[in-house]
Design a protein around this ligand. Sequence first.
Ligand code: FES
Length: 149
Amino acid sequence: MEYQLKINGRMRSLNAEPGTPLLWVIRDELALTGTKFGCGVASCGACTIHLNGNPTRSCITPVESAVGGEITTIEGLDDPISAAVQSAWREKDVVQCGYCQSGQIMSAVGLLRQNPRPSDEQIDSFMSGNVCRCATYVRIKDAIKLASD
Ligand code: FES
């Protein structure tokens, strides 16, 4: 079936079976490989994108549910909050292996859009669904706090 999706500000046409997870459409059909597969069951956060501005697990989001919406992937972040988060990530040298970091950044940007000055507890709560196998959690929190200043 053919779908038209708005992704990173551009309308894109693609073919996919109904029910195909948005993650696979983004990676395999649109070649936007910054979004990662981790668990496939909404438990790790590696596949986090924004759908209508909200952090969303693309591994459990069927392609048809994104029709008419605005999808943003890590490649499409271009607002001041995203720039501040990415700069803070570099300054705090957050990344270790890097696999989960696109999802971490997508969630962090979502948090700071909703709450520009989150408390430690609010950061912990919002980011708790994003798992990092290198345990970079302290640096992630430091970077979010830096980006929120
Ligand atoms: Fe989607 Fe883990 S791959 S949450």
